[in-house]
Ligand binder design. Structure first.
Ligand SMILES: Cc1cc2nc3c(=O)[nH]c(=O)nc-3n(C[C@H](O)[C@H](O)[C@H](O)COP(=O)(O)OP(=O)(O)OC[C@H]3O[C@@H](n4cnc5c(N)ncnc54)[C@H](O)[C@@H]3O)c2cc1C
Length: 423
């Protein structure tokens, strides 16, 4: 894999220079907004686009980027903006890891996506990927762990299996009570979620794609294809449409997606370590996933001074991304503090720096949902990230582009037929 460079070491690239000229270095969101407004007139008067991609979260952004790079005229739309605050892609950090319990497709996709995330990171001023390493800790050793390690080694992915004693020596700030083994993926780490999607959309626009802010109405068509979409008084037409609307997909396609993707509430916490305490920053601390209970806690070291991030992977209650309350609950804060006291005792009483509520967009079996609409032959739905989709953004973008351009093979696990109505 290419070596990750720090911001100082990174050479300026034509795209990043253009982006700086276009947007200014730090005001990406506002600047994207003005590019969007400038593009608005074009969007409303233009004849057909080759593709309209609805949803500028991680899946829509990488899909638009891939389609545009293959010579298509692509319009990317979002109701509120790329990786906005309530989008599933709008968080601070997302874990990229190749530990997938032996699932070869996701292991390969995560590994191949890493190279593209690193390319994106190199094109921009602020880092998009922090190579903190990713540590899985398990209560017992077993054949499943070895199978997954063997798969990763066979793909050339650096990986270390560690005993509890080795981990305790290496990371004395973690209490490994109840843990037997760990698997460290030293080249994995943290993706800066919101920043990466916004930078990718900037690159898409700089390379000739069009981004436009528009809330699209649920699409309608009596025929075998979708000719236009509308919203906010505009009607737009295109040859083909991709809807990558994350947790909003069930609202746009109640008959097709409703019940197949169920958004759930997820509380996320950032705790402030003591001033000068570097034990909870990279490189002293990797990103980590604790598999010792079925609920599975995970977290990140203190990255860019946001605090030590921790969350519970267990699915919370059903959640409406438009109207549900986004204040973290006292109960989940108490639960997370109890966990910290056990596993990261030095942090148990540290102040809460930030709490966020986001939503997973869960399929019944955790697989992505990517398929052609059953009635409209020129329309695809893309979603079902199910709490692990972000890292795969680059692979999803390539996969969807291949599929909609007719050169790809559909993955059976991703089809509508493979996903049950649930929740
Ligand atoms: C707390 C949390 C932690 C996670 N941790 C990880 C992790 O560590 N690693 C990992 O790989 N993944 C992780 N995930 C999962 C990952 O973030 C999501 O699967 C992924 O971001 C989903 O992206 P998306 O593009 O499908 O959806 P979104 O990011 O929600 O994007 C959908 C977009 O569609 C737009 N839209 C919706 N309706 C309309 C409309 N009518 N008109 C126009 N636009 C519309 C929305 O505004 C939105 O911007 C996590 C998710 C959460 C919530």
């Amino acid at each position: 894999m290419p070596e990750e460079k720090t911001a100082d070491q990174r050479p300026p690239s034509p795209l990043s220079l253009r982006r700086r000229d276009l947007l200014g270095s730090l005001a990406a969101v506002g600047a994207i907004g003005s590019v969007a407004r400038a593009a608005s007139a074009k969007a409303s008067t233009s004849a057909a686009w080759d593709f309209i991609v609805v949803g500028a979260g991680v899946f829509g952004a990488w899909t638009a980027w891939n389609l545009q790079r293959r010579g298509n005229r692509v319009l990317l739309l979002d109701a509120w903006g790329p990786a906005h605050n309530r989008a599933s892609s709008g968080g601070e950090t997302r874990l990229i890891r190749t530990e997938y319990a032996g699932n070869e497709l996701y292991t390969r996709w995560a590994w191949s996506s890493l190279a593209e995330w690193q390319d994106l990171s190199r094109r921009h001023e602020l880092p998009i990927f922090h190579p903190t390493g990713a540590l899985y800790i398990y209560p017992a050793d077993g054949a499943k762990i070895d199978e997954s390690v063997a798969l990763q080694r066979s793909l050339g992915i650096p990986i270390e299996k560690l005993t509890r004693a080795q981990m305790a020596t290496r990371w004395p700030q973690i209490d490994f009570d109840g843990i037997a083994v760990g698997v460290l993926q030293p080249t994995m780490g943290a993706l800066m979620a919101r920043r990466s999607v916004q930078n990718l959309v900037s690159d898409f626009v700089a390379a000739g794609g069009t981004y436009h802010e528009l809330a699209v109405d649920p699409p309608r068509s009596d025929g075998g294809s979708l000719r236009t979409i509308s919203g906010g008084g505009e009607t737009l037409n295109a040859g083909r449409f991709v809807f990558a609307c994350g947790p909003w997909l069930p609202k746009l396609f109640p008959e097709v997606v409703g019940g197949r993707i169920v958004p759930t509430r997820q509380d996320v916490f950032f705790f402030a370590p003591d001033a000068g305490d570097t034990r909870f920053q990279a490189p002293a601390m990797p990103a980590w996933v604790d598999v010792s209970s079925k609920d599975l806690h995970y977290g990140f070291p203190d990255i860019e001074a946001r605090g030590f991030k921790i969350a519970l992977d267990a699915h919370g209650p059903k959640y409406d991304p438009d109207v549900a309350d986004r204040r973290v609950s006292d109960q989940s804060l108490a639960d997370v503090r109890a966990y910290l006291a056990r596993r990261f005792p030095a942090l148990a009483k540290r102040p809460l720096a930030e709490g966020r509520v986001c939503q997973y967009e869960n399929s019944d079996n955790g697989h992505l949902l990517i398929d052609r609409h059953p009635q409209w032959s020129n329309c695809w739905v893309v979603g079902g990230g199910s709490g692990h989709g972000f890292k795969h953004g680059p692979a999803v973008g390539r996969y969807v582009a291949d599929l909609v351009l007719g050169s790809g093979r559909a993955e059976p696990d991703f089809t509508l037929a493979a996903h049950k109505v649930h929740g």
